[in-house]
Design a binder for this molecule. Structure first.
Ligand SMILES: Nc1ncnc2c1ncn2[C@@H]1O[C@H](COP(=O)(O)OP(=O)(O)OP(=O)(O)O)[C@@H](O)[C@H]1O
Length: 519
């Protein structure tokens, strides 16, 4: 009867703990989704300061631990725990005297586990610290394979990689040694129980305290032997369970990563056709990449009229790209404001702002997928419109001969296309969007002079009624701009027509144009 009640109680508790284990799985999934959605909305400064290797480690190892190891360890521990409790109770029912040594044995198990765990925690931390640099280093090496091969640095990178693998292996080796120590300690404790149970049986064999049934004595002895095997498993599962919970903590840190401003501000949504004219006004605008850093744009004032074609020039690091990032609110203002058609862009949602401005960046961003998906990511255009855009960007003849047509596969990052072709796909994308403001951030740097000229012609023709801001590496390409904005150390130094600026030999633009051989 007692055994039946015990079994029933244990079954109920086991079911309750299975529920807890299921809860872990659910919580793990929520943490995963939370981390992903948070990181997708994190500002650029967060990625500037958080190594990519660390983020990848969270998404691979830690998520794997929460999704797979945590529920498994919970289940294993529950099994081991209840089996262990049942075995000890069976021994105590058969030989009540054994109860006297259970508490000292539990104390010994507790101290061994605590010692093991303190050391293992440190090792786990070291594992994380050595694993992340290894992932980052591998990633950098793969990204820079061409440069590493070209500069003959292969041996250095391999040696560096070996050094990092060695550091990680030494931590893994120590973890294994610690695990063996735990095994040995637990075996000693469990064997002590078996020895005491055996001796008690022998000593009490002729006394009233000895069970009448030989089967009960056999059960006690069998339980003691089984406990020897089980204890090791139970303690290790408990430790594994606690480590898995550490991963949850690490992922939770990422679910609290900073996020950008809201995508939509319901009370302040611009009308669907905004911007109507594309007039951009800077009012004493300044910005920095993150708190604590120097201002990269300072006291920017000026108005770009609707439909103007503005060329932005300046020495490297003068703040040209920062100006475009400020327009898209990739970096937020530290002071002043930018208005588009009279609307302060800092007051509207990021999605509303960014969906109304088109940028062709310095580095073309292409995704692994079809040509159609890359040219028309929102999937709103017809095949005809996409082919027209490809024709205007001079890519139609190239893709027309492909049997898959618009379904031609583009590799991740556009690696099966030339750098120039990638930029032309971005131009086709811009042609499809047709927003009132277009930004070209050194977009034609990788294109030959002839194609660059053609792109400028297409932009002038197709975006004739739009405001176009061109950050130029070739001064020639912006000589026919309406006005030229010359940046220097984060400030606007000159803002006038190219003709006026080249007439002033002491102007910065004159010097830049002269250096470039444009005048
Ligand atoms: N992610 C960043 N974090 C911190 N500072 C940055 C970051 N990107 C750029 N800067 C700094 O901002 C300043 C302006 O850089 P920006 O890229 O706007 O110059 P640029 O004129 O576009 O240069 P280039 O012609 O070389 O592209 C530089 O001093 C640069 O060091």
């Amino acid at each position: 009867m007692t055994t039946f009640c015990l079994t029933l109680a244990v079954t109920f508790v086991a079911i309750a703990l299975w529920g807890v284990s299921y809860g872990f799985v659910k919580a793990g999934r929520e943490l995963h989704n939370g981390m992903l959605s948070r990181l997708m909305h994190s500002p650029m400064s967060y990625f500037d300061t958080t190594p990519l290797g660390r983020i990848l480690n969270r998404f691979s190892k830690e998520i794997d631990t929460v999704d797979i190891a945590l529920p498994r360890n919970t289940r294993y521990f529950c099994n081991a725990f209840f089996l262990g409790v049942t075995l000890v109770l069976q021994i105590m029912i058969a030989l009540p005297l054994i109860a006297a040594i259970v508490i000292p044995l539990l104390a010994a198990i507790y101290f061994v586990k605590r010692y093991y765990q303190m050391t293992a925690m440190q090792l786990k931390r070291l594992d994380g610290l050595t694993r992340a640099p290894l992932i980052s280093s591998l990633q950098q090496s793969f990204a820079g394979t061409a440069v590493i091969l070209a500069t003959g640095q292969t041996a250095r990178f391999i040696a560096e990689s070996h050094r990092k693998v060695d550091s990680l292996s030494s931590i893994l080796h120590l973890s294994n040694a610690l695990l063996h120590w735990l095994c040995l300690s637990n075996l000693l404790i469990a064997n002590t129980l078996t020895t005491i149970v055996s001796f008690t049986c022998v000593i009490l064999r002729n006394t009233a305290a000895f069970p009448n049934e030989p089967a009960v004595v056999g059960l006690a002895l069998m339980s003691a032997v089984a406990f020897t095997i089980l204890l090791q498993w139970m303690v290790q599962n408990l430790c594994d369970l606690e480590y898995s919970l550490l991963s949850t903590e690490r992922i939770r840190d990422y679910t609290e990563a900073p996020v950008e401003a809201p995508a939509i501000v319901p009370d302040n949504r611009p009308p669907p056709k905004w911007p109507y004219k594309g007039q951009i006004t800077f009012q004493n605008y300044s910005t920095r990449y993150r708190p604590g850093l120097e201002l990269v744009l300072e006291g920017i004032n000026g108005t770009i009229a609707s439909g103007e074609k503005i060329g932005v020039v300046g020495r490297t690091g003068s703040g040209k790209s920062s100006l475009t990032l400020a327009l898209l609110r990739i970096i937020e203002p530290a002071g002043g404001a930018i208005s588009i058609d009279g609307t302060d862009i800092s007051k509207i949602g990021l999605q509303d702002l960014r969906s109304r401005i088109t940028i062709i960046p310095q580095e073309a961003t292409l995704f692994g997928g079809s040509l159609r998906m890359n040219v028309d990511p929102t999937q709103e255009a017809s095949d005809e419109q996409i082919w027209d855009a490809l024709e205007s960007s001079r890519l139609k003849p190239y893709f027309q001969v492909s049997p898959q047509g618009l379904d031609t596969r583009i590799s991740e990052g556009g690696s099966n296309l030339s750098v120039g072709q990638r930029q032309l796909i971005c131009l086709a994308r811009a042609l499809l969007r047709r927003s009132k403001i277009l930004i070209l951030d050194e977009a034609t740097a990788a294109i030959d002079f002839e194609t660059d000229k053609y792109v400028q012609e297409v932009v002038r023709k197709e975006f004739s009624d739009c405001t176009v801001i061109t950050i130029a590496h070739r001064i020639n390409t912006i000589m026919d701009s309406t006005r030229v904005l010359v940046m220097d150390a984060g400030r606007i130094r000159e803002f006038d027509t190219p003709a006026n600026l080249v007439e002033q030999p002491d102007s910065l633009f004159y010097k830049l144009a002269k250096d470039a051989g444009a005048i």
